[in-house]
Design a protein around this ligand. Sequence first.
Ligand code: 6CS
Length: 280
Amino acid sequence: MAPMALGGVALLSACGDDSEDGNTMDRAVEQGFIRIAIANEPPYTEVNADGSVTGAAVEIPRRAFEIMGIAELQPTTIEYGSMIPGLQAGRFDVVTAGLFMTPERCEEVIYSEPDVCGTESFAVAAGNPLGLNSYEDVAAQSDAIVGVPGGSVEEEYAIEAGVPEERIEVIPDLRAGVDALKAGRIDAYGLPTASIRELLDGESDLEEAGPLPGIPIACAGAAFRQGDGDLREAYNQALEQMKDSGDFDDILLEFGFDPSAARAVTAEQLCAGEAPEFEG
Ligand code: 6CS
């Protein structure tokens, strides 16, 4: 396993895991870029008009990979439900989209320590005419329809709350969600609170319902293939360096995230489903 500079200190990979396609970390360091999956959901991830990408879930790994000697990110924009299959198929090397840690996902991939954490909300029509303030409220109203990203934690929340499949509308992107709300095709659009607030900035016909009580504080981290334990370990060491230098907090605060929320919980706890619930 080739040694790797980490902040000027040669780092022998902590464990000899090799991804099925050879060693991802050695390849990324050698070629100078790493392939990332993102979603284009500000402030987590965003694709700018010039094709450049940003967002808290991109800028944290950008800095971490720089520390690891990997200067360039090569992004693929993809829906949440396709991220883990795409990672496992080798279409990209890491998911840096704000893909929240859940016990189910932690069975499929290995996560770094958390970076972005937050609550969940609905976007609803101004005045919240159906009084939708939880997924249980949607379930209880026989004509209420909730929109959620495909393969998302919000889709899981709706199912767990008892919303029938025919009243869960999979929404492909943010614009489609706003259009569906305004057209009355859905009555609530479920997303993280931070995404809702960015989405509704300047929208007069829509408003936020939330943060929704009783839902876990959701945290994401970088998600790697199970065979890339060495890459995950080196990434976590770079995160620690960023926490010491102030880069970690500076980047999260720039995008409106609370660094203390990520510092207060571990990937192990999140993968065990031990995230605290928002109390309202
Ligand atoms: O990880 C997820 O499922 C959720 N993460 C974000 C950043 N937005 C919605 C998505 O469903």
